[in-house]
Design a protein around this ligand. Structure first.
Ligand code: 5GP
Length: 116
C-alpha cells in the first residue's frame, strides 16, 4: 500500500497543484503529462492512491482497471486517431517514479522510443 503522504497526483486531484485536466469522473482523472514523450501523452489516474501499481489494482479492483482502459481508449479517439499505446510502469527498476497507479496513454505518430 502507498504511504499516507499525498502523492503528486492526489495533490493535482485536490487542486493543490495545477494540471491540464482532460477527463474527470467520480473515480478517475486524466491529465496531460508534464514531460510528454509522444505527440499525445496523457495520464489516466484513479482518484484513490491506495494502489501503488497496476498489479495491486488488478488484484483488488479489476473493474476500476477496466474503467481506466475504457477512458484511455476514449481519450485516444478524442485526442488522436484512436490508436494508442498503454503503459503501466511497475517498480522503480521499470521506470516508475510516482507510486500511485497511473496509465500512460501515448498516441499520435509514435516513435519506438516512446516507451516512457
Ligand atoms: P512514471 O514514471 O511513474 O511511470 O510516470 C510518472 C509521470 O508523471 C511522468 O511521465 C511525469 O512526467 C509525470 N508527472 C510527474 N509530475 C507531474 C506533474 O506535476 N504534473 C503532470 N501533469 N505530470 C507529472
Amino acid at each position: 500500500m502507498s504511504s499516507d503522504e499525498p502523492s503528486i497526483f492526489t495533490r493535482i486531484i485536490n487542486r493543490e497543484i495545477p494540471a491540464q485536466i482532460v477527463f474527470e469522473d467520480d473515480r478517475l482523472i486524466a491529465i496531460t503529462d508534464i514531460n510528454p514523450q509522444a505527440p499525445v501523452h496523457l495520464l489516466v489516474i484513479p482518484k484513490t492512491q491506495q494502489y501503488r501499481d497496476v498489479g495491486e489494482l488488478a488484484e483488488a479492483d479489476p473493474e476500476l482497471l477496466s474503467q481506466m482502459v475504457r477512458v484511455a481508449r476514449s481519450l485516444a479517439q478524442d485526442h488522436a486517431d484512436g490508436e494508442f499505446r498503454l503503459v503501466f510502469n511497475s517498480g522503480a527498476g521499470a521506470g516508475q517514479t510516482v507510486f500511485h497507479v497511473h496509465a500512460h496513454v501515448l498516441a499520435g505518430d509514435l516513435q519506438e522510443s516512446a516507451l516512457v
